[in-house]
Design a protein around this ligand. Structure first.
Ligand code: DON
Length: 306
């Protein structure tokens, strides 16, 4: 890599642009409507430089990329031990929407799969005040982004109509007392969390906040403590890419998280946050071109941490 970063990012997008493989998520009807050709990438350094190329201002729902950040909020509020008591940190090797409970204890295996994320959602804020919890989650995600975010109500309504697997997962969690509230209400609140609208730039700054030990590089607000950011990035490294986590960490080599709307983030501790967006997904539920962009950035810029 010997061109200036913005030109280099355009080159990376050009190199992957022709790949039309994969398919947009259609189990959430609203996601099936998006323009599948969108493609963007943003790098945000911990000292506040932001480099962008492509469709980086286009809005989309955050989906599973909310999970590491809400895990961070729960850790910050409850402490490590209390959160570990409810949700383990072991890779499941299974798809994001499998139940994947630990044998014996019955804890969800990690907070990046839906089962773990649904439990973690209920650990933010006050159990007696689900409305207040949704507001705290939105405020927390906004602090990570450094600007006020909002729920995409159409996406929320759309996913709510077809969230059959999440209702099933939440009912199983309720039967084991992993959640104690009404499973339908919990899925509704978790679905609102997934329906928060972001841009690729927002995601890069959210990732950069983790990489910067919990302090937003531009607002300079401390969103979470350093140990929280370290815990979150560790779990992203081992579990963020679900059943391709091993392939990801060995080939790309940095903590990451993907979402079914086509976003993907990477966080390099002490260096930078990366975000890419392109809606067509691979069989693991991760953006085909987003993964390829990250592979190229890792190889060209020497970002593999090992
Ligand atoms: O719970 C769901 O199924 C969606 N709201 C989020 C899933 C997701 O983004 C999985 N990641 N690739």
């Amino acid at each position: 890599m010997d061109t200036p970063i913005p030109d280099y990012l355009v080159e990376v997008l050009d190199a992957v642009a022709a790949d039309a493989s994969g398919a947009v998520a259609d189990y959430i009807p609203e996601l099936a409507q998006v323009d599948p050709d969108q493609l963007g990438v943003v790098l945000a350094t911990v000292d506040g430089a932001v480099y962008e190329a492509g469709d980086c201002a286009a809005g989309f729902t955050i989906q599973s990329i909310s999970k590491p950040f809400v895990y961070a909020l729960a850790l910050q509020q409850r402490g490590l031990e209390a959160v570990l008591d409810q949700v383990d940190v072991e890779p499941s090797g299974e798809a994001f929407n499998e139940l994947s409970l630990e044998k014996g204890s019955g804890r969800p295996l990690n907070p990046m799969i839906n089962a773990g994320a649904i439990v973690v959602h209920t650990m933010v804020g006050d159990a007696q005040d689900p409305q207040g919890r949704c507001e705290q989650v939105l405020a927390g995600l906004s602090a990570f982004a450094g600007r006020p975010l909002a729920v995409d109500e159409a996406a929320y309504a759309s996913e709510s109509e077809t969230a059959f697997r999440n209702y099933a997962i939440a009912n199983m969690l309720r039967s084991r007392d992993s959640i104690v509230e009404d499973p339908e209400d919990v899925v509704a609140a978790y679905t609102r969390q997934c329906s928060v609208r972001v841009t690729t730039r927002d995601l890069a700054l959210m990732a950069a906040t983790l990489a910067n030990g919990g302090v937003h590089p531009l607002s300079e607000e401390r969103v979470v403590e350093e140990w929280v950011a370290r815990q979150v990035m560790s779990v992203m490294a081992t579990c963020g890419m679900y059943d391709s986590a091993g392939d990801w960490i060995s080939t790309v080599g940095f903590p990451a998280k993907s979402g079914v709307s086509g976003g993907i983030i990477g966080a390099l501790p002490g260096q930078l946050g990366i975000a890419a967006f392109s809606p067509r997904l691979d069989p693991h539920g991760s953006s085909v071109r987003g993964v390829e962009v990250c592979r190229r950035l890792s190889a060209d810029m020497g970002l593999h941490m090992m």
